[in-house]
Design a protein. Structure first.
Length: 222
């Protein structure tokens, strides 16, 4: 008689100790009610976030194989469309928002590498990359903005206007910086100020020994 797995419903050969599909321990149906199975906690059953299908017990994924394959296919399609027209639509962004951050960073890097394959980034390509970054809440550090994008913003500004671009002095992770009248900014970045302090312990002494404070009013000699 086949032994049906209570978690994934896979029919295993009689006598199987573990499910051949999801690897959870099996019990004989007559042993005790399935609800009393100490190995199975129905309330902890993992379900596919997309279709609700039960996932294997030890699966760390949030989507079943079918939904994951469909999602990857759709993501690949969106990537090709963005590369073809060098623009991203709101509908495409909504799809991208459903992806995990690591997948988004990999997608961003692939788009950047394809756009920059000719060793240049056009204004439209920069605009598309910045739109993706903003919509998906990726930080400048996440996408290596200063290393990848900023240099091309300056190059395009010099080509188009013959001068460096002026920027809004709002630094990521900081606030607005107040400028003097008629001051302009071409580049800005965050900085960390570190202070070094010298603390005197009140050492005094010489060849005849040393004297140092222990607590107020008491000194030690050595």
């Amino acid at each position: 008689m086949k032994m049906k797995c209570p978690l994934c419903d896979f029919e295993n050969e009689e006598g199987s100790k573990f499910c051949n599909k999801c690897n959870i321990p099996l019990i004989k149906p007559e042993a005790f009610d399935i609800k009393e199975n100490p190995y199975i906690k129905k309330e902890n059953t993992k379900l596919c976030e997309n279709c609700g299908k039960k996932l294997p017990f030890f699966n760390s994924e949030t989507l079943c194989m079918e939904c994951k394959t469909a999602c990857e296919s759709e993501l690949s399609k969106v990537e090709k469309e963005i590369l073809a027209i060098k623009k991203v639509t709101e509908q495409q962004l909504e799809l991208l928002k459903k992806q995990d951050k690591q997948s988004l960073l990999k997608l961003y890097s692939r788009l950047y590498n394809q756009f920059e394959a000719d060793k240049e980034l056009e204004e439209q390509e920069i605009e598309t990359l910045q739109k993706i970054q903003k919509a998906l809440s990726l930080t400048n550090e996440d996408i290596k903005f200063d290393e990848r994008i900023r240099p091309y913003i300056y190059v395009n500004a010099i080509k188009k206007e013959g001068k460096l671009p002026m920027i809004d002095l709002h630094i990521e992770g900081g606030g607005h910086v107040i400028l003097k009248k008629e001051e302009i900014v071409h580049f800005a970045n965050t900085a960390v100020l570190k202070e070094l302090k010298s603390v005197s312990l009140g050492y005094s002494g010489g060849s005849h020994g040393i004297s140092f404070p222990i607590v107020k009013g008491i000194r030690g000699n050595g």
